[in-house]
Structures are given as C-alpha cells and as structure tokens.
Design a protein around this ligand. Sequence first.
Ligand SMILES: C[S@@+](CC[C@H](N)C(=O)[O-])C[C@H]1O[C@@H](n2cnc3c(N)ncnc32)[C@H](O)[C@@H]1O
Length: 139
Amino acid sequence: MAKMMTALGKAPLGNLRVYDDDATRLLDWLPAASLDAIDLLYPDPWPKKKHWKRRFVGAANLSRFARVLKAGGRFRFASDIDSYVNWTLLACRDHGAFAWQAEDAAGWHQPYEGWPGTRYEAKAIREGRRPAYLTFIRK
Ligand SMILES: C[S@@+](CC[C@H](N)C(=O)[O-])C[C@H]1O[C@@H](n2cnc3c(N)ncnc32)[C@H](O)[C@@H]1O
C-alpha cells in the first residue's frame, strides 16, 4: 500500500480508491453486480493443514465475490502454494458460481498478460516455488 501511495504521489490517477483494511468489509459494502474483476494475488497461504480454514478462499468469501461481480466478470487467483491452488480449484467447483478458464495444463503457470509481478511472488520464485495463475469467470 505504501509503495502504491508513493507511486501515486509521482503520477496521480483520478479514478482510484484504496482501502487498507479487511477486504470482506469492503465486499459487503459494495452493491451487487458492481465489479468487472477481482484479483486475489498471493493471499496468505496458511500452508499447514490445521490452518487451512483461515484461508481467504472459502464458501463465504466466494459468495461475497459472486454477489459483487457482474455476470461474466473475472476472478483471478495467484499463489505459489500448490495445496492452496488445489484448494481454490475445488472450492470454486463446489461453489458453482465460477467457471475455470483453463486452456491447457501449461497455462496454469503462464503469468497473466501484462503482469507486473508482486513482491511476495518475487520472493517465492527466489525460493524455488512455481506460481500458478488461475482465472475464473462469474457465471
Ligand atoms: C502473502 S501477502 C501478499 C501481498 C501481496 N499481494 C503480494 O503479492 O506481494 C498477503 C496479504 O494479504 C493481506 N490480507 C490477509 N487477509 C486480508 C483481508 N481479510 N483483507 C485484506 N487484506 C488481507 C495480508 O495483510 C497480507 O498483506
């Protein structure tokens, strides 16, 4: 957030809002079908099985996403933790409001077009992990 505010100080944008708090509160505040896209980039991985229930992706937050996304809207999820990628694929399949856009197996590891990367991602790659980039469409 601090890095973004510094960049914005140098090159202001007139149409940007930032919110540095719990994203679930923002999602509950937004009107239904108001967003074209949501990017969830490297959410806290909670790699230990006993902590999986703390992960941001779950039925409740997918329902929040489903409510605020327009039909045909895009949900992108990037993670370097294989168990979280599998978890998200299963959670979206079971939820039912999202269609996974996968063209082939290699495509999972193809960064999004125009992708600038994130600080967490750079550290994960340095440490030898391979990120996955999932895209879902709100049905
Ligand atoms: C692993 S870091 C990744 C940060 C950044 N996206 C990146 O790739 O460099 C996960 C971030 O999610 C934030 N976070 C966790 N739960 C959140 C929530 N409910 N609402 C907003 N942010 C949350 C954490 O504070 C942390 O900064």
